[in-house]
Design a protein around this ligand. Structure first.
Ligand SMILES: *[C@@H]1O[C@H](CO)[C@@H](O)[C@H](O)[C@H]1NC(C)=O
Ligand SMILES: *[C@@H]1O[C@H](CO)[C@@H](O)[C@H](O)[C@H]1NC(C)=O
Ligand SMILES: *[C@@H]1O[C@H](CO)[C@@H](O)[C@H](O)[C@H]1NC(C)=O
Length: 170
């Protein structure tokens, strides 16, 4: 089968782009491990997460929450504030407490000030450890890829709850 000139040109362009892309990535890509604590407050004047859609009846399927969570260096609420996380969470599982979650980690201090990275994935609240993919970033984290592991380490209160998660990002 004869290929048309424009198809051949397109192929050449694709190969050239792949070659340039891989050679410049090889030199720049490096591994970073970040460790921090993620604080969620439900209800009360300090709430960091709100439910914006509540489905009718006793169903939680389809509920949507929006959060501006607090990130600190340590497991104590008094430890240093390092960044914020913008969160969108959708209850998208009819049988389990499974959520589709999207988070933006925005750095406000230190050498990553002004940079951010984003994760997207499934959060199954009954799992002791939740793994989600890092799908991109900005600034120092431009073109980021990797994953996060998180686990609940503390849950206090009943109506006004404080949840603390430990995060490792690679
Ligand atoms: C809100 O945060 C402030 C400062 O950390 C604290 O003094 C206050 O008790 C908190 N209020 C609630 C309702 O959690
Ligand atoms: C919700 O659950 C409560 C308690 O289990 C029940 O009494 C009520 O009828 C349920 N409401 C609906 C709309 O299913
Ligand atoms: C972080 O960057 C912003 C914008 O450049 C700047 O205004 C702020 O002072 C920086 N904060 C710290 C703690 O370096």
């Amino acid at each position: 089968m004869a290929s048309s000139p424009s198809f051949t040109l397109l192929l050449l362009f694709v190969f050239a782009t792949v070659a340039i892309g891989s050679s410049s990535l090889e030199h720049k890509e490096k591994m970073t491990h970040l460790h921090f604590y993620f604080y969620d407050y439900y209800s009360g004047s300090n709430a960091t997460i709100v439910t914006v859609i509540s489905p009718p009846g006793n169903n939680t399927f389809g509920s949507i929450g929006v959060g501006e969570n607090i990130l600190r260096v340590g497991r104590e609420s008094s430890s240093e504030l390092i960044r914020k996380a913008q969160e969108l969470t959708v209850q998208a599982d009819n049988r389990e407490s499974g959520y589709l979650s999207a988070l933006n980690f925005v750095f406000t201090v230190g050498k990553y000030n002004g940079s951010s990275f984003s994760i997207l994935g499934r959060a199954l609240l009954t799992e002791p450890r939740i793994e989600r993919g890092i799908v991109g970033g900005t600034g120092k984290f431009r073109m980021a890829r990797g994953y996060t592991n998180s686990r609940l380490i503390r849950s206090t209160g009943t109506t006004q709850m404080e949840l603390v998660f430990e995060y490792d990002a690679y």
